[in-house]
Design a protein around this ligand. Structure first.
Ligand SMILES: Cc1cc2nc3c(=O)[nH]c(=O)nc-3n(C[C@H](O)[C@H](O)[C@H](O)COP(=O)(O)OP(=O)(O)OC[C@H]3O[C@@H](n4cnc5c(N)ncnc54)[C@H](O)[C@@H]3O)c2cc1C
Length: 453
């Protein structure tokens, strides 16, 4: 299909890791691009946990899309939520516009959908209220407020058991996000806050890391999982592998232990870092194309990352699974490099089509896997070379700085990390989201006299 008669209209839905690459790599192509996103910024999700623990502030991991594409004249940014697709008429439906107009449609010649994923509560959406997730900036800010508020509550709590519940933090899911989150909460309690409170000893905090599988970081080789678990324990985290969350309430979690017993653990702060499912856009796209989504809510695309029967509609990133030319599903992890490589690939396919050429199928180049645990501690599996400790940590720092969007943010984050490394401090310890406590969750003791320490 050659598209040379007029400047092809390319619509990209989602300015995350995948969508951003598509737009960037089309900067010299003779196309008119519309980038639709429901938020006005690109979020660097791999560092969301550092916002949630006060190490970085929100603006340091988020870059406004208009700033990113200020100099790219062939792109316009549309702040709106994509609500559906009409593949026959070739337009994207968008919801309320910023000027309050109800809805609109955006026509395309070529469409790329990169809506990402969302956390899955495994059918227990009611848990979200007590166990917020880290997928969005709002989620990270809410978690930060909850963690910091828990220490404030412990400071004024006189009842020993209730105080311990305030000082108990449960992280659900021991993938890279859960491991990073648990390590940071432990460092916050043991190092950063140690001298800031008068009545409570923050070092008495418990950080529990729940994982159904029999080890942490299951995507890594067992030897690195073991090293990560040991490093977590040294930091004061208790990895509870083989433990499954069965219920969560405002003041406790119930877990099933490896022998099948159920145990209730009083805890006031729970962070969700377990499974993800494809963006709602995957199901909408599948429905429009008469296709299905898999158990993880992902739509299937072919070897050129296009929908079957619709070579003009591409989908990439967390919301897709890829079927190769032989009909086999490629085992691709839900990681930023996958979405980025897919984004770059789709831009190449589009450029080739503009010249009337075909493209070889998508091929993922696995550059390795990294997870950090805390100060000077990380694990890395780079093409079979296993690293741990300081070297892995430096690798992690360099890679994350390299991929962070914008020179200013790179510089700010580097300065923040250097400062935190030297002082063990965290500059963004603000409680900005008031705790959402229902009346039945409040303690109704008689007013007591608070004394200054
Ligand atoms: C807490 C956390 C930590 C992570 N850590 C790492 C890590 O260390 N290393 C790593 O490689 N990967 C990590 N990941 C995974 C990585 O972030 C994802 O694989 C990557 O973001 C996927 O890119 P994407 O383009 O598919 O989606 P995203 O980057 O999520 O982008 C999706 C975009 O679509 C927009 N969007 C969604 N729905 C709509 C709609 N209806 N209308 C308009 N816009 C919409 C969203 O606003 C967003 O901008 C982490 C993920 C999380 C949540």
């Amino acid at each position: 299909m050659a598209l040379q008669q007029h400047r092809a209209r390319v619509v990209v839905v989602g300015g995350g890791f995948g969508g951003l690459q598509v737009v960037r790599k089309l900067r010299r192509a003779a196309v008119e691009i519309t980038l639709i996103d429901r938020q006005n910024f690109h979020l660097f999700q791999p560092l969301a946990y550092q916002v949630a623990t006060g190490a970085l502030s929100a603006a340091e991991i988020a870059s406004p899309l208009r700033v990113i594409f200020k100099r790219q004249r062939n792109v316009r940014v549309l702040l709106a939520e994509a609500t559906g697709f009409d593949l026959e008429r070739r337009h994207v439906l968008v919801g309320r516009l910023p000027n309050d107009e109800d809805a609109a449609t955006v026509d395309y010649d070529l469409l790329v959908v990169a809506g990402g994923s969302r956390y899955s509560y495994f059918g227990h959406d009611d848990w979200q209220r007590f166990a917020p997730e880290l997928k969005s900036l709002d989620g990270a800010l809410e978690i930060r407020s909850r963690i910091l508020s828990a220490f404030e509550a412990a400071e004024v709590e006189q009842d020993v058991e209730r105080r311990q519940a305030w000082l108990t933090f449960v992280v659900v899911g021991a993938g890279p996000t859960g491991v990073e989150m648990a390590g940071q909460i432990a460092e916050l309690a043991r190092d950063t806050l140690r001298r800031d409170f008068r009545a409570v000893d923050t070092r008495a905090s418990r950080v529990l890391l729940l994982e159904t599988a029999d080890r942490v970081l299951t995507a890594f080789p067992p030897s690195l999982s073991k090293k990560a678990a040991n490093a977590l324990e040294r930091l004061g985290v208790t990895p509870l592998v083989g433990h499954t969350l069965v219920d969560v309430a405002y003041d406790s979690v119930v877990v099933q232990t490896p022998i099948g017993a159920q145990q209730r653990i009083p805890a006031r702060t729970v962070v969700w870092a377990a499974g993800v499912t494809g963006s709602a856009l995957a199901a909408k796209l599948a429905a429009a194309a008469g296709a299905d989504v898999d158990n993880a809510g992902r739509v299937t695309v072919g070897p050129q990352l296009a929908l079957a029967g619709h070579p003009e509609v591409f989908a990439i990133g967390d919301m897709v699974r890829v079927r190769d030319s032989g009909g086999e599903i490629l085992p691709l992890p839900g990681l930023a490099p996958v979405a980025m490589q897919e984004g770059r690939y789709v831009a190449r396919v589009i450029r080739a089509r503009l010249r009337g050429k075909d493209s070889p199928p998508f091929r993922y180049v696995d550059k390795g896997n990294l997870a950090t645990i805390g100060r000077s501690k990380a694990v890395a599996d780079v093409k079979g070379v296993h690293l741990s400790g300081f070297l892995a940590w430096i690798t992690w720092l360099v890679v994350h700085l390299f991929y962070l969007i914008g020179f200013q943010n790179r510089l700010l984050v580097l300065l923040r990390w250097t400062f935190s490394y030297v002082t063990r401090g965290r500059g963004a310890r603000l409680i900005t989201v008031p705790p959402d406590i229902a009346d039945e969750e409040r303690t109704h003791d008689e007013p007591r006299k608070l004394t200054c320490a």
